[in-house]
Write a protein that binds this ligand. Structure first.
Ligand SMILES: [Fe+2]
Ligand SMILES: [Fe+2]
Length: 204
């Protein structure tokens, strides 16, 4: 239950709680479902970046940095689609994403616009960090050598995205404020992780 997340991931990402190790086993036996959910998560990553650009066009640096991420996330979506196709599988229907819904509930909806902006960036950072951790688990825990490499690529890419969202937050908002709020996010996320039952259906 409480196998330690590698210190590397913990230090880089600050995640408080590792994914339950049983999750990789579940993932291994329902890879088509994993790929379908993963495909939608990549899609959502792309559309959320587009939404941020639409909401904050005056944030020039953010627009410039997120524009290529949209392409990259869409590229991820296409890679996952290809993988489904190779396996003779189709993209399934989108399922409710409880994890993301919980994170969205934690976002500040009122208050100062800067706080709302910060939370939107940190939500993305959080999702990227957890994705990275799960991809790492898959890249280390799956039997299939090809899939291990497949997920390693995603892991590296999402780690870069996590870093970018934190850097963007620090560019626009006082670093100390970002650090404090990020600590609150990490705490809230670990509670969410504890609340959610072990499921093999969420990785990005
Ligand atoms: Fe991605
Ligand atoms: Fe990403």
């Amino acid at each position: 239950m409480d196998a330690p997340v590698s210190s590397e991931v913990k230090n880089i990402l600050g995640l408080q709680l590792p994914t339950d190790p049983r999750w990789v086993d579940l993932a291994a036996i329902s890879i088509a479902d994993i790929l379908t959910d993963h495909a939608y998560c990549e899609q959502k990553a792309a559309t959320t970046c587009i939404s941020l650009i639409q909401r904050y066009p005056e944030k020039t640096l953010m627009v410039k940095e997120l524009a290529p991420i949209v392409t990259e996330e869409w590229g991820h979506f296409r890679l996952v689609l290809q993988e489904l196709e190779k396996r003779g599988e189709q993209l399934g229907r989108q399922r409710k994403d409880e994890y993301v819904n919980h994170l969205l509930n934690f976002q500040k909806k009122g208050g100062h616009p800067e706080d709302r902006f910060l939370d939107q960036l940190l939500t993305m950072a959080m999702i990227e960090a957890r994705s990275c951790e799960r991809f790492k688990r898959l890249s280390e825990g799956l039997q299939d050598e090809y899939l291990r490499k497949f997920y390693r690529r995603f892991m590296e890419s999402e780690a870069g995205h996590y870093k970018l969202f934190i850097e963007l937050a620090e560019h626009y908002i006082d670093k100390e404020k970002v650090r404090k709020r990020w600590a609150e996010w990490l705490e809230a996320e670990s509670v969410i992780m504890q609340q959610l039952t072990v499921r093999g259906d969420r990785i990005h």
